[in-house]
Design a protein around this ligand. Structure first.
Ligand code: GTP
Length: 169
């Protein structure tokens, strides 16, 4: 029962609700004990075209592949969730904005340079990444998520597979 309540049925990642609960606990801990952490918001680029061209089952398989890729590429200590639809969310403990950029670059490189085959079709995955780190001026989880979301949209307007980070103070 707990498993079903916490995990996304398609990808096996944490669902949005469970991710938010865990993030909220860690955020409070980080604020109290002056710890670091970075949130990464990920939105696939032009995913709708995959569904439209190859069908929902290929779209589902693609989403599963992305989830597995995130799990393989990141560390077991990182928190990975499906935000909904073609959006994913990652939280990395104990890093600030500068090393987080390296993680984002690693994700971008591993996503965008590979050709994958799903159900007989070849794809080059593409996604937009938005980063937001716990800093003094970030007072709650909502602000952290908002920063990552805005940064992700900035990345998306570039129209390529890439990352942007929230404004730092
Ligand atoms: N196969 C499948 N498709 C889904 C699922 N959840 C959402 N979608 C589809 O994901 C698509 C998301 O479309 P958009 O939000 O326009 O995203 P996009 O095509 O990546 O567009 P950009 O983000 O602007 O590049 C929609 O067609 C949804 O129907 C799912 O669980 N499985």
């Amino acid at each position: 029962m707990t498993h079903l309540a916490e995990y996304d049925a398609l990808t096996g990642l944490l669902n949005r609700r469970a991710f938010l609960q865990k993030l909220d606990v860690y955020f409070k801990y980080a604020k109290r004990y002056d710890k670091q952490g970075t949130l990464i918001f990920i939105d696939l680029n032009k995913f709708k075209l995959i569904n439209d061209a190859y069908g929902h089952s290929t779209g589902d398989a693609y989403l599963k592949f992305i989830a597995e890729h995130l799990v393989k590429t990141l560390r077991a200590t990182d928190m990975i969730g499906r935000w909904g639809g073609d959006e994913f969310i990652v939280f990395i403990h104990e890093i600030n904005a500068v090393p987080a950029q390296k993680v984002a670059t690693k994700l971008v490189n591993s996503f965008c340079s590979s050709e994958i085959r799903i159900q007989g079709h070849t794809f080059t995955p593409s996604a937009s990444f938005g980063l937001s780190s716990i800093e003094k001026h970030i007072q709650d989880v909502g602000q952290l998520i908002h920063g990552a979301d805005v940064a992700m949209y900035t990345a998306k307007t570039a129209g390529t597979c890439g990352w942007e980070e929230a404004a730092r103070k």
